[in-house]
Design a binder for this molecule. Structure first.
Ligand code: GRF
Length: 195
């Protein structure tokens, strides 16, 4: 099987990254995670990737100052050097310019902890509780220049319970994230879902 070469971009703990790495171990999985890139040297996910035997690289955005495109050119260079086919953003906390998104358009996914288009941006679980919604969840979508927008590949809901706190709700949504991200990547790598 001609597996797609995937890079996962992280900034933090990397639990979605780990779910993708685990799923990709299956022989019939159409993608392999060949690279993990973090914009932060202290991201705990780096150690997890290393332990899983996946190559890691840090592209520290702070050394580029306000030069967002210079940071992205360095990032792009890593991806191209590693012959990456698909990019998965997994808790990657940098907004990407139209230039970078354009280069990877149709080949870059993101996971967001809400039922998009509801609750774009940060603190989604708190905002869902404040809004009193009965259903919350997670979405995997293709990345477009607008933040937390773009064609939806996978989405799953969780019921909000009366006694939910931000933490308990986040934990249940995270379980769903770990299921749908590998499913979405499979569909995209198999060419079943296109942007
Ligand atoms: C996840 O909730 C993801 O949906 C959001 O950031 C969080 C990252 O968590 N974009 P992790 O680093 O994958 O554990």
């Amino acid at each position: 099987m001609n597996k797609k070469r995937v890079a996962v971009l992280i900034s933090g703990r990397g639990s979605n990254m780990t779910a993708l790495i685990e799923a990709a171990k299956a022989e019939d999985y159409p993608a392999e995670i060949v690279l993990v890139v973090s914009n932060r040297a202290d991201a705990p996910g780096l150690a997890r990737a290393h332990a899983a035997g996946v190559a890691t690289v840090v592209v520290d955005h702070t050394i580029f100052g306000d030069e967002r495109e210079a940071f992205e050119r360095a990032l792009d260079e890593e991806l191209r050097t590693n012959r990456i086919d698909l990019v998965c953003l997994a808790g990657f906390m940098r907004l990407l310019t139209a230039w970078f998104v354009g280069r990877w358009r149709g080949r870059m996914l993101n996971i967001h902890p809400s039922l998009l288009p509801q609750f774009k941006g940060l603190h989604t679980h708190r905002r869902a509780l404040e809004a009193g919604v009965k259903r919350h969840g997670a979405t995997v979508h293709f990345v477009v220049p607008e933040m937390d927008a773009g064609p939806i590949v996978a989405q799953e809901a969780v019921a909000v319970r009366k006694d939910d706190t931000e933490q308990t709700l986040a934990a249940r949504v995270l379980e769903v994230e770990h299921q749908i991200y590998p499913q979405a990547l499979r569909a995209v790598a198999e060419g079943l879902t296109k942007a």
